[in-house]
Every structure is written in C-alpha cells, then in structure tokens.
Design a binder for this molecule. Structure first.
Ligand code: IVH
Length: 666
C-alpha cells in the first residue's frame, strides 16, 4: 500500500511537471485524474500515510484571521531601472569600471521582468516548509498555505544526481496568464463581482487571501528567478542556478539567456519587446544580471538594489486620452459591446483610437461618459480597454451612457437575459452577427483564408451573397467580380484562399465553427479529447464535463451549438463543398518525451533495439543503459533481465511493447 501511494505521488509529480512546468503533457487528463483520485482515496483510507508534501495537499487550508510575518534571511532587494539603451550602456560601463574586466569578460544573464508578485519559498531537506511575500524587502507576509496551492511550485524538490540541498530559499514571481485573467474577470463579472484591473493585481490579490481555498481556485503560476540562502549546493554563476532550479522542478522562463556581450543584451531587449504581445504572460521589461556570482559579490549593493543587475523597462502599456464618443458594436454572438471612440494616443508603441468598454455594467461601474479623460491600456493581443476615468478632469456634467433598447444594426429588440451581463440582439438574421461570424471563420487562427478582410465580408453579406460561413466555398469568380474594387487578379486570390483552406487541422475547424465560449485553447483541448467533429457532436454534457477544462457553461454552449439544426446544415454544406473533417493529429515534430529517460530490457518483437532507441530520441527522450532513480520508464520486452526487478523495486513505471509503440506512435 505504502509503495503504491509513493508510486502515485511520483507519477503525479512527474506529470505535474510535464504539464505545468514544461507544458508537454504526456497522458490524458482522465488518466491523470485517475491517479489523483486513487491517491486521494488511499490517503483517506490510510490517514497514517498522508504527508504534507503529497500532491493532494494543494487544496487549501482553513482560513486565517490574519497573516503572520516572516523575515527574509537575505533581503529581497528591488532593481535599479532604466527606460533607455543609454541607461543600460551606462550600467554596463559602471560594471566594467568597478570590476576592471575588459568588455568581453562581463557575461550577463538576461530574462523577462515579470509583472506579478515576488515571493520566497523555503525548502528544508527538499520539502517546502514556508513561503512569504516580498513585503518591504526585509519582512514579508507568511502565505505558505496559499503558495502551496500553486501547481508550478514544487511541494518537494525533485531528486537529482547532486542530491537534495539541505536548505534552499527560492525566489520568483507569481503571475496569472493573460488568457486566464480574461477568463477570471469574465467569471467575476458574471457573478456580479468587480473585475481585477490587470493580471498583476489579480495575482497579488489571489496570493494575499486569508482563505487559501480561494487562492486554490485561481489560475496562478510562478517563474523562479533567483535564490536566497542555499546550503548543500555550490554555484559559480547565476545561469547555473537557473539550470539547477529547472532540474529541481521549478518553472524557469524559457527565454532566460546567457549573453557574452552587451550588444547581445540590447538585441535581446528588441526581441522581447516584439514578443511581448504574443506571450501569454505580462512582462514590463527585461532584467539583466551579471552572471558571475563572485563578481556580483564584489560589485555589492546600493541602498535598496544590487549594483550587478538592472531592469530595462518596456514603454508603458497605459496612457491617458479623451473619449470623443461611445458607440455600440454588435458581435458574433449578438452581444452589444459599448466601445469608446478616443482621441488617438500611442500606447506601448501602437496608436489606438478605440477601446472596449465590455458591457453595460462595466460602463456603469467605471462611469465613463463622452468627454471624459480616461486611462486606457493595451495588454497583449487583447483589444485596448478603458481602465478608469480621471474624475478630476471631468468638465461640466456629461450625460450618462445608456444601452440602446434595439440593435443598432438590424433594429431588432436587444435584450439582457437575467443572470447575464451581455445585452444581445434578438434578430435572427442580423447582418452584424453574420459578418462577425464569417470574419471569425475565415480568420488567421481558424480557416486562415488570407486576404478575406472585413470590408470584403461586409460587402458579401450586405449584397446577400452569403448567409452563413459555408457559402464562402460556393462563391464563383463572377460573383466576386460584381463587388466594388474587385479585379480579376484579386478575385482569383480570394478564390484560391478560400479553396486552399479546405484541409484544416481539427482544432482550427472546431474553432472556426464559432461555438460560443470555445476559443483557440479549448478548441485544441476538444480536438485532443474527442478526435473528430462527429464524436464531439455526439458527446453528452456529462462526457464534455469529464474533460478537466470544461465546465457546465462551455458544455452547454457546445450542446446548444450541435442541437441547432441550422448549424448542422452549415456542417453539411461544408462537407458538400469538399471541406475535410479531419481526425486529430498531434503536431508534427512535437517532443512528447522531452527530458524523459528510458531503459530497454528484453527483446521487442517488432522493433530492434536501435529502432526503439531512435523512436525515443525522435520524441525528445533519452535512453540509458541501466535503471536508476532518474529513470522515468522501463520498456519491457520478452525475457527481461534484472533491470525489470530493479525498476519494480524503485517503483518506476514499466510498459510493454504495445503501450510503448502507442507512446512513440508506430
Ligand atoms: S531578480 C536583486 N528577476 O522585480 C534582484 N526580479 O524591482 C531582484 N522581478 O521585486 C530580483 N522579474 O518582483 C528579478 N526576472 C526577474 C524578475 C524580477 C520580475 C521583480 C521582482 C522584484 C522586482 C525588483
């Protein structure tokens, strides 16, 4: 029993790391849940086997009255900042002068500057015993129970060749991903709670909850970026620390890089600035740290920040401007969205002239009126939004915004269903909804019909040439030539883009259907879990909700979509037009076995040892000749040797030939 409990913990830790830290899950959510449920059951039946570092212990403890405080053995300093390249070059010059090393010899580690909440975790003999916030840098709040609920924080360090450090203080930033933040705020708005202003506030607010069950319900994550006191481990460079943190089970940012020259750090800044909008977490700049720990020590500290590191900030993502007008947009699902028309302003390097106000409640809560000075922000690819009104600048008494009672596009009544925040147009053939739907269908992340812009779709809808997205495939060149500003060449390009989109991947096809609440990520999850559109269509609410990321709201929207005859007709029309409905394929070149160590024992009947080895390596894994605590899987063929006994003794996963072949997909 004890052995099974330990094996389950090992498996869960291993798969947690693959899923949350490396982002390369290897087993289905259902299999994972199977392990987890079994462990919960065994621990309940045998309370003597429960330990505080078990992966089941992330659910939250009873609420506290108030937080205790905890002193940091090594102060958690802040960083000197610059906004310019000159500022960084000044820093570099100072380092060279103080260290008296020639240019070539100052190596830096460059990494993103995360915008979240700094925390410290203390591990004694590999077990997480305490966690705290940065606080004033010297004393923080003790939030151990809350940090324990975060899946990217190991409750116990992974065993390594170097053993386990006796004491290790790990520092990092707790964040919420942009997409999770949007979802969290949507849920809060639906529940009538006030939304968080930005992911950083959401992360900080979630960590500083007296009831850790609330923290457990928030999608928090942590990037590790430095250490405090460490005993039982020696490091020479910051880069070594980061590598070791990875091995010990922490999430270390993949853009952490070693730069041997200052110019490389400047290049890195430019690359990260470009990448900023595409990443799902917020960065407000980069951090440049001297790599050599000896040199760091010689350089020492100023008042509140070290001389050996600097934050080079990105341009602000928030600015103030004036609201010229408030319009109402009608979206794909018929939702009426108030939009602020702005005095154009540059935010984070891009000019914006409109920003979403989300819905009626949000306009009321923020009390945005025409003529107001407002703070607007851009966060990634998310549409710019109005964050708040600068009330002190309001002139006179502008009128309050009222939501129209009718759709501004088709004139049908607009209603707000009880319990929902959105006001929706009830017009069954509302052209605004259709345009948005078709635009979504043809979009880059869906069927990817390059060149099918909004203007063109607008004309097609307004002239009645399409009444649903599948009609795009039935357009002829003659049809297109009837449109404004349409020449032979352009018409040909449009036709090719449409016809060229007939072999989508399954996630793209599912996304393109425009099922309410199903965005890119869920489309991929659904594709992976159900394999075909047909299977998804047949799935019951219960089957849908058995998928970890799918709750009742999404399950209902999927059922509602497939219960609608009009949608089924569109699916048929797509098929008739020759659109392929594929079976889910894992991405080519994926490395599902990355960083896993395999050992082969016994003979396989359909593969030579060399072939098996090549397959493992192709999938990113490694093959070792003997079984040790570092082995992840032992593949067992006929007449296995003592390796199998050793694997069993160590509780290491074993698999037969068939399972192995499935894993490497032959
Ligand atoms: S290193 C002395 N690395 O920035 C070294 N800090 O202004 C200080 N931060 O409170 C920490 N990303 O919350 C470091 N990659 C990174 C960081 C980072 C964000 C935050 C951290 C700290 C603040 C310092």
């Amino acid at each position: 029993m004890k052995a099974r409990v330990e094996e389950l913990r090992r498996l869960i830790r291993h798969h947690n790391r693959l899923y949350y830290v490396l982002d390369q899950p290897e087993i289905s959510d259902a299999e994972y849940d199977g392990f987890f449920d079994e462990l919960v059951r065994l621990e309940q039946e045998h309370p003597e086997l429960a330990t505080p570092d078990s992966p089941t212990q992330r659910v939250g403890a009873p609420p506290l009255e108030k937080f205790g405080t905890l002193g940091h053995r090594v102060p958690m300093l802040s960083l000197g900042k610059t906004n310019t390249e000159e500022g960084f070059l000044d820093f570099h010059r100072r380092i060279r002068e103080l260290s008296q090393v020639p240019d070539e010899q100052v190596a830096y580690v460059v990494e993103p500057k995360f915008d979240g909440l700094a925390v410290e975790l203390i591990y004694e003999n590999g077990v997480l015993v305490q966690g705290s916030t940065r606080g004033d840098g010297y004393t923080g709040e003790q939030v151990t129970e809350n940090l324990r609920t975060i899946k990217t924080i190991p409750l116990r360090l992974l065993e390594t060749d170097l053993g386990i450090p006796t004491l290790m203080e790990v520092r990092g930033e707790v964040i919420i991903n942009k997409s999770d933040f949007q979802r969290l705020n949507r849920r809060r708005a639906e529940a009538g709670e006030s939304p968080f202003a930005n992911p950083r506030n959401a992360a900080a607010g979630s960590v500083r909850q007296l009831d850790s069950k609330i923290t457990a319900s928030r999608p928090l994550s942590m990037f590790a970026y430095s250490v405090g006191v460490v005993e039982g481990r020696q490091y020479k460079t910051h880069y070594q620390i980061m590598e070791d943190l990875k091995i010990l089970g922490f999430r270390v940012n993949k853009y952490t890089q070693l730069c041997h020259r200052a110019e490389k750090a400047i290049e890195y800044y430019g690359q990260m600035l470009q990448r900023r909008d595409r990443l799902d977490y917020e960065m407000d700049g980069i951090v440049i740290k001297v790599n050599d720990l000896g040199l760091q020590e010689r350089l020492g500290e100023l008042q509140r920040s070290p001389r050996w590191a600097i934050a080079w900030k990105f341009p602000a993502q928030q600015e103030t401007t004036v609201v010229r007008d408030i319009w109402v947009n009608v979206g794909r699902t018929g939702a009426l969205t108030p939009v602020a028309i702005l005095e154009p302003v540059r935010v984070g390097g891009v000019t914006i002239s409109r920003a979403t106000l989300h819905n009626e409640d949000e306009v009321r809560r923020k009390d945005v009126r025409v003529g107001d000075t407002v703070i607007v922000q851009r966060a990634g690819e998310v549409i710019p939004e109005v964050v708040a009104v600068v009330k002190s600048k309001r002139k006179g008494r502008p009128r309050k915004f009222v939501m129209p009672t009718h759709c501004p596009i088709c004139g049908a009544p607009a209603v707000r269903v009880a319990g929902e925040v959105a006001t929706r147009c009830t017009g069954l053939s509302c052209p605004a909804q259709l345009k948005e739907n078709v635009f979504h269908f043809a979009g880059k992340w869906a069927m990817d019909m390059d060149g099918l812009g909004y203007k063109l779709i607008e004309q097609l809808v307004d002239r009645g040439m399409i009444t649903d997205p599948s009609d795009l495939y039935y357009l002829t060149k003659e049809d297109l030539l009837k449109l404004e500003r349409m020449g032979d060449k352009l018409a040909q390009n449009v036709l090719e883009a449409v016809q060229g989109s007939k072999r989508p991947s399954l996630p793209r096809l599912i996304l393109a259907l425009g099922i309410r609440n199903v965005g890119g990520h869920l489309a991929t999850v659904l594709a992976r879990e159900f394999g075909t559109v047909e299977r998804l269509r047949e799935a019951s609410c219960e089957e849908l909700m058995a998928v970890r990321e799918i709750g009742p709201v999404v399950a209902d929207s999927i059922r509602a979509f497939f219960n609608n005859d009009k949608n089924l007709e569109v699916l048929n029309k797509l098929r008739w037009a020759g659109v392929e409905f594929p079976v889910y394929q894992k991405a080519a070149g994926a490395q599902p076995l990355a960083s896993q160590t395999f050992v082969l024992t016994g003979g396989l009947s359909t593969l030579t040892r060399e072939q098996a080895k090549a397959l493992i390596e192709k999938a990113g894994g490694r093959v070792a000749s003997s079984v040790s605590a570092n082995t992840d899987v032992v593949v067992v063929g006929e007449n296995p040797g003592s390796k199998l006994d050793k694997a069993r003794a160590l509780g290491i996963k074993t698999m037969g030939e068939e399972e192995f072949k499935k894993l490497v997909e032959v």
